[in-house]
Design a protein. Structure first.
Length: 117
């Protein structure tokens, strides 16, 4: 199983980025696809998740209204659209997959997002 995250980069505060997570190696039907981030010196935190089947979503309060996660079944890819970015959004972002919303067993390598003030 592979989860390949991409799309990170440097952006000014107020700007936007879209992260992608290409999934392969198994069928992810009924799986939760999650986005997490880890800022320098901080613990990893939950950002958002989407249910592969049905597309229901859930967001951390810190990103609600600014970030949107979606999926493209045909491309087996999950996205995280990040708008109105803030310097505190700076972190390495990871995508993950799991059969439960609380336990993620597959993790991709992270992609760095840097938001300058």
């Amino acid at each position: 199983v592979q989860l390949q995250a991409s799309g990170g980069g440097l952006v000014q505060a107020g700007g936007s980025l879209r992260l992608s997570c290409a999934a392969s190696g198994r069928t992810f039907t009924n799986y939760f696809m999650g986005w997490f981030r880890q800022a320098p010196g901080k613990e990893r935190e939950f950002v958002a998740r989407i249910m592969w089947s049905g597309g229901s979503t859930y967001y951390a309060d810190s990103v609600k209204g600014r970030f949107t996660t979606s999926r493209d079944n045909a491309k087996n890819t999950v996205y995280l659209q990040m708008n109105s970015l803030k310097p505190e959004d700076t972190a390495v972002y990871y995508c993950a997959a799991g059969g439960s919303s609380l336990v993620y067993v597959y993790w991709g390598h992270g992609t760095l997002v840097t938001v300058s003030s």
